[in-house]
Design a protein around this ligand. Structure first.
Ligand SMILES: Cc1cc2nc3c(=O)[nH]c(=O)nc-3n(C[C@H](O)[C@H](O)[C@H](O)COP(=O)(O)OP(=O)(O)OC[C@H]3O[C@@H](n4cnc5c(N)ncnc54)[C@H](O)[C@@H]3O)c2cc1C
Length: 397
């Protein structure tokens, strides 16, 4: 006999657990599976990335009962600064600021370590009696029909769900089982993610420094050991990223000081370095019978402009709206086709935009770098264009 549930979420990463908390808080019965138990401190196996949630993410987090738990740990992002250091020597040439004060009273967003997000997410879903989180259990088989998704789990259990949400990452087993294709763009590029302390305060400014190989981005974190602290994402061509990841710490610190153009003084490494291959990817469809793809199962982008998880939360907000508007239609064709129609074109546009930004940022020939510097200049100097861009970047249409 199969167990029945309203929603089965395959994948308990940040996106899957947020979906579990949001649908659970709304009253739906939810089972969430993940073969990898979440690491909820910054020790061995921890996800050392940080996530900057942009403004629109907050309402989903509030609705899920997560915001009050997270707020005390947030580093506010008030200004996004883009620095072009693409000249002969690694020095800032063009600096442009997007100041959140220009579009309202709130900061642009809030930054959190991913391991801390997981800790609070796991604690939140444990409070919800209608959410059953099953760490250590994978989704194995999927069979759908008009009325249900019938899912086989790795412990042999059979679950019948009205809606199956695939939040099981870029290689999504659910997406594969349903035969949904993807379009993938490769860059031969990797990102190093780690945290540093530095003597010069960040003043809640997120700084993206462009030279070649990809952007070098510092995102504010709360002070650590009484010192200003930032998360860094450093994108480089694959072999160079591997070389940097293997450097002894003092040499790595010298290299990152130079790459940061010295803007924050000497940088001290305070975590391990993790390394992530860069791709952009979009699934051909975001829905199949009784199934919705969200987050990296649906789309992957390089970490530029904090779009990745923020697009995922927009997927979730869309599904949640549709489910609340017509709970009796949960997981039916009308609901899922609306989801696809609302999300796919919007995501496609963002994936292409970020792809373009990343490719421009990788350029090394001098004239192209100069062109990008002047393009940046033109793009960010006109107030109305800037405001439109800021709003588009934030998804506030
Ligand atoms: C360096 C870096 C920095 C980033 N910074 C930002 C940022 O500032 N802001 C932002 O918005 N985004 C950012 N992103 C993107 C963001 O981290 C990702 O979008 C997000 O982590 C992906 O979440 P996810 O839950 O979709 O996937 P994952 O975290 O990959 O979760 C997928 C889960 O599915 C599970 N799974 C796999 N197989 C199965 C199965 N058979 N059954 C059940 N579960 C399964 C896996 O164990 C995993 O836990 C960044 C990305 C990188 C690489």
């Amino acid at each position: 006999m199969a167990e029945t549930t309203g929603i089965l979420i395959s994948g308990g990463g940040v996106a899957g657990l947020t979906a579990a908390a949001a649908f659970g808080a709304t009253g739906f019965s939810v089972i969430c599976t993940d073969p990898a138990p979440p690491v909820t401190d910054d020790g061995e196996g921890a996800d050392l990335r940080t996530t900057a949630f942009l403004q629109p993410a907050r309402s989903v987090l509030t609705e899920a009962g997560l915001w009050d738990r997270l707020a005390p740990h947030a580093a506010e992002l008030k200004v996004m600064r883009i620095v072009d250091a693409g000249g002969e020597t690694p020095e800032p040439r063009v600096t442009k600021d997007f100041d959140a004060a220009e579009i309202g009273d709130e900061p642009f967003g809030w930054n959190f370590p991913n391991w801390l997000l997981r800790r609070e997410l796991v604690a939140r879903v444990a409070e919800l009696p209608n959410v059953d989180f099953r760490p250590g259990i994978a989704t194995r088989g999927v069979l759908t029909r008009e009325t249900e998704a019938r899912v086989t789990l790795s412990d042999g259990a059979q679950v019948s769900a009205r809606l199956l949400i695939a939040a099981d990452g870029r290689g999504s087993p659910v997406r594969e089982a349903l035969g949904i294709g993807v379009k993938t763009m490769r860059y031969g590029q990797k990102a190093l993610a780690f945290a540093v302390t530095h003597p010069i305060p960040h003043q809640n400014v997120s700084t993206e420094i462009h030279r070649t190989g990809g952007p070098f981005t510092l995102v504010p974190l709360p002070d650590r050991d009484g010192k200003p602290c930032s998360a860094i994402v450093w994108m480089e061509r694959g072999p160079e990223a591997e070389r940097l990841a293997a450097l002894p710490v003092p040499e790595f610190e010298t290299a990152m000081f130079e790459r940061s153009t010295g803007l924050f003084g000497p940088l001290t490494l305070v975590t391990k370095r993790s390394i992530w291959p860069m791709i952009a990817q979009i699934a051909d469809r975001f829905e199949a019978e009784r199934t919705a793809l969200i987050a990296e199962a649906a789309h992957v982008v390089p970490p530029i402009g904090a779009q990745g998880l923020n697009m995922s939360l927009a997927d979730l907000a869309c599904l949640l709206d549709l489910a609340k508007a017509a709970p009796e239609r949960l997981g039916d064709r009308t609901m899922l086709q609306s989801y696809h129609r609302r999300r796919w074109p919007e995501v496609k546009a963002r994936v292409l935009g970020i792809d373009l930004l990343n490719r421009t940022s990788m350029l090394s020939p001098r004239p192209l770098r100069d062109m990008r510097a002047s393009a940046l200049n033109a793009l960010y100097s006109l107030a109305p264009v800037r405001k439109t861009l800021m709003k588009a970047g934030l998804g506030m249409h």
